[in-house]
Design a protein around this ligand. Structure first.
Ligand code: ADP
Length: 401
């Protein structure tokens, strides 16, 4: 069975085609600047060179039609006919409390995702555009939604409730949901395979650190706490997001600077984090370069970023009464030996011991970076959210047959 995985944003769409008989990706690609002039489609078939094409792509339906043209193209295509694609899997950011796992798309499912627009106003409408565009291009193919929040639905109330009037939870569903669930789920399962122990017996701290970042405490294969909250703003310091801060800062800044709700939201989501403190960049590579050149603001940004990760690792070891494995994943977690080194060198109280040479190795394979003596296994595991989406889509589409 071949499966198309779609990750739709408001003006972009990423895709991947999987052959599930071998779980191999046949092609991936992205469409950017949808609805703007000079939209671009970059198609990366795995058997030959990538192609890119600039044209006018006014909406997601046209974007998917162009992607399907590429997938069936005589030279750069990976299927003879669209009929070979037997199911489509969609990444959906917010599943609220309704979706505790992946589901086949039905009209009820779409209505519920629409009801959740309020909780994820930037993300869920875009996911819905992707679903509708795929349905109109492939009307008889089963569509599956895989939610970023679903993995965290196992959290106990003490982790997901905020200490504010309960009426706000009852009326507006204000609570912690957590995100990057597909990634935390994937790397925790991989971690169990790497350390060769049953997932059910393990306490794992998964550190998904990319542009956005979150840590999760995974006990017995289930999320028991995670750093992102009702929205992806809470928790770690990120590329452009503030992460945790005293909530009183919000009304105070609004009144002192005469800011609107939208302006303060934009400040905290788009103009904070590494970008704000370094004053130069949200990209960890540039922060590290600045730090090496002795730039004080880049150094402060790095220290704040690394310190927050370390604090949460300590917190999650306490939350689970111990930890067996720490996993680093995503852009920074997979690539920055410096961040991993600086986070782990002050975790000696937990018995963490890093092998400096292993930590420097660059590889796409899951690997240990801790010594055999380390009390906690520290691993680097490349995440693969698309494969997780393809697996769930395959399972649900087969069940529906
Ligand atoms: P997203 O959250 O958008 O999916 P990624 O997981 O792709 O992001 O992470 C992107 C980030 O990874 C970049 O902004 C960059 O800071 C970081 N990154 C990538 N390569 C390196 C590297 N070699 N060293 C340090 N940071 C890196």
């Amino acid at each position: 069975m071949k499966i198309l995985v779609i990750n739709a944003g408001s003006s972009s769409l990423k895709y991947q085609v999987y052959d599930m008989s071998s779980e191999t990706a046949l092609a991936s690609g992205r469409v950017e600047r949808i609805g703007m002039d000079s939209s671009i489609l970059v198609h990366e078939p795995h058997h030959t060179d990538e192609t890119s094409e600039v044209s006018e792509i006014l909406d997601h339906t046209t974007a998917i039609r162009k992607v399907l043209d590429k997938l069936t193209d005589a030279e750069v295509g990976v299927v003879k006919s669209i009929d070979e694609i037997e199911a489509v899997g969609h990444r959906v950011v917010h599943g609220g409390e309704t979706f505790k796992g992946s589901v086949l798309v039905t009209s009820e499912v779409k209505a519920e995702i629409r009801r959740l627009f309020d909780l994820a106003p930037l993300h869920n409408p875009a996911c819905m555009m992707g679903i509708k565009a795929a349905e109109s291009n492939m009307p008889n193919v089963p569509q599956v939604c895989v939610f970023d929040t679903a993995f965290h639905q196992s959290m106990p109330a003490r982790s997901y409730m905020y200490a504010i009037p309960q009426v706000l939870y009852k009326k507006h569903k204000i609570r912690r949901y957590g995100f990057h669930g597909t990634s935390h789920d994937y790397v925790s399962k991989q971690a169990a395979a790497v350390v060769n122990r049953p997932l059910e017996d393990l306490k794992i701290i998964t550190c998904h650190i990319g542009n956005g970042g979150s840590l999760t405490a995974v006990q017995g294969g289930k999320s028991v706490d995670t750093t992102m909250g009702m929205t992806p703003l809470e928790g770690l310091m990120m590329g452009t997001r503030s992460g945790d801060l005293d909530p009183a800062i919000v009304p105070y800044t609004m009144s002192k600077e005469d800011l609107t709700v939208n302006e303060v939201n934009s400040m905290l989501n788009k103009h904070s984090g590494l970008q704000a403190i370094s004053g130069t960049s949200s990209d960890m590579r540039e922060i590290e370069e600045g730090m090496q050149n002795g730039e004080p603001n880049a150094t402060l940004a790095f220290e704040m970023y690394e310190y927050r990760i370390r604090k949460y690792i300590g917190a999650y070891a306490a939350a689970m009464d111990g930890a067996d494995v720490i996993v680093f994943t995503a852009g920074v977690g997979e690539n920055s030996a410096t961040v991993r080194q600086r986070v782990c060198e002050k975790l000696t109280f937990l018995g963490v011991e890093i092998d400096q040479e292993l930590n420097k190795i660059r590889s796409k394979e899951p690997r240990y970076i801790s010594t055999p003596n380390s009390k906690i296994a520290v691993l680097v595991i490349p995440t693969n959210e698309e494969l997780m989406i393809a697996r769930d889509t395959y399972r649900l589409a087969n069940n529906a047959k």
